[in-house]
Design a protein around this ligand. Structure first.
Ligand code: IPE
Ligand code: IPE
Ligand code: MG
Length: 243
C-alpha cells in the first residue's frame, strides 16, 4: 500500500476526486452485524480519513456519493438510519470543517430529504459558505439523470421566456445548469467494493475522469487507499482524445 512519499510531487494530482462509497452492507455482513446501518456508521470514519488524505495531498474538491435517488427504494429503516447518520456526522464534524476551512456543499434533489436532515444540512452549508481552503461536496438524493433532467427543464424555461435561443445551447449552457456549475469536473473517480459501474453518478462530469476501482469496502478505506489511487492516477496517460 502506498504512503504519502510515493506520490510524485513533480506530477499533477487531481484537483477534484469523486468517490462512490460502496460496500457498507457487505462490510456489516462480513462482521456478522445484524444491521446494514452498522456498516454505514463505520463508513463515517472513512469519510474523515478521505478528508485527511485530501488535506495531505492538496486535493481541493472531494465529492462523495452518499445517497442516490435510487437508494430511496431501500427499506425504510435503512433510509432512516442513513438520514440520522448524516445529521450526526454533520453535527459532529462542523467544528472541524470550520477549523480546516472546508466549505460544505450538497448536490441532488435535496427537497426529498426529511425536514430535520435538510435543516442540519442547510445550516452547515450556510455556516461554511465562505470557507476557501477546500470543498466537500455531498451527493445526496443525487442521480445524474435527474440532474440532467433538471438542467434541461431550466434551459427550456429560459427558451420559453425568450432569454435563450435553441441555437445558443452548447456544452457550456448545459454545464452551467448543473447543481454545482462552478466545480471543475472530477479528474479521478474512485469506487470502493469492486463494482464496475457508475450507478447514475455524475454522468456528464465524469466524461474524462480516470476511473479507479478498489475491492476495499468503504468502511475499511483509509488514507493509504486514497494514496494508492493517486499513485495509479499519476501513472495514467490522460489524452483527452489527442495522441
Ligand atoms: C454504500 O454501501 C452506501 C449507500 C449506498 C448508501 P451499500 O449500502 O450499497 O453497501 P453494499 O453495496 O450493499 O455492500
Ligand atoms: C451507489 O451505490 C450509491 C452510493 C454509494 C450512495 P449502490 O450500492 O446504491 O449502487 P448499486 O445499486 O450497486 O449500483
Ligand atoms: Mg452498494
Amino acid at each position: 500500500m502506498a504512503d504519502l512519499r510515493q506520490i510524485d510531487t513533480t506530477k499533477p494530482i487531481p484537483r477534484h476526486v469523486a468517490v462512490i462509497m460502496d460496500g457498507n452492507g457487505r462490510w456489516a455482513r462480513s462482521h456478522r452485524l445484524q444491521s446494514r446501518v452498522k456498516g454505514h456508521e463505520a463508513g463515517a470514519e472513512s469519510v474523515r480519513a478521505a478528508l485527511r488524505a485530501c488535506e495531505q495531498t492538496g486535493i481541493h474538491y472531494l465529492t462523495l456519493y452518499a445517497f442516490s435517488t435510487e437508494n430511496w427504494r431501500r427499506p425504510a429503516d435503512e433510509v432512516q438510519g442513513l438520514m440520522k447518520l448524516l445529521r450526526g456526522f454533520l453535527r459532529d464534524n462542523l467544528a472541524e470543517l470550520q477549523e480546516k476551512g472546508i466549505r460544505l456543499r450538497a448536490i441532488g434533489r435535496l427537497d426529498m430529504l426529511p425536514a430535520e436532515t435538510r435543516a442540519v444540512l442547510d445550516e452547515c452549508i450556510a455556516q461554511t459558505r465562505t470557507n476557501e481552503a477546500r470543498q466537500l461536496i455531498l451527493a445526496l438524493s443525487y442521480g445524474a439523470r435527474q440532474e440532467l433532467a433538471d438542467a434541461v427543464r431550466a434551459i427550456a424555461g429560459e427558451v420559453q421566456r425568450g432569454t435563450l435561443t435553441p441555437a445558443q445551447i452548447d456544452e457550456a449552457t448545459i454545464a452551467a445548469h448543473l447543481y454545482a456549475p462552478d466545480v471543475p469536473d472530477p479528474d479521478l473517480m474512485i469506487r470502493t467494493s469492486g463494482e464496475l459501474r457508475i450507478s447514475n453518478f455524475l454522468l456528464w462530469q465524469l466524461s474524462y475522469a480516470e476511473l479507479y476501482v478498489t475491492p476495499v469496502l468503504w468502511p475499511d478505506f483509509r488514507e493509504p487507499d486514497l494514496y494508492d489511487a493517486l499513485v495509479a492516477f499519476q501513472n495514467r496517460a490522460r489524452r483527452f482524445g489527442d495522441i
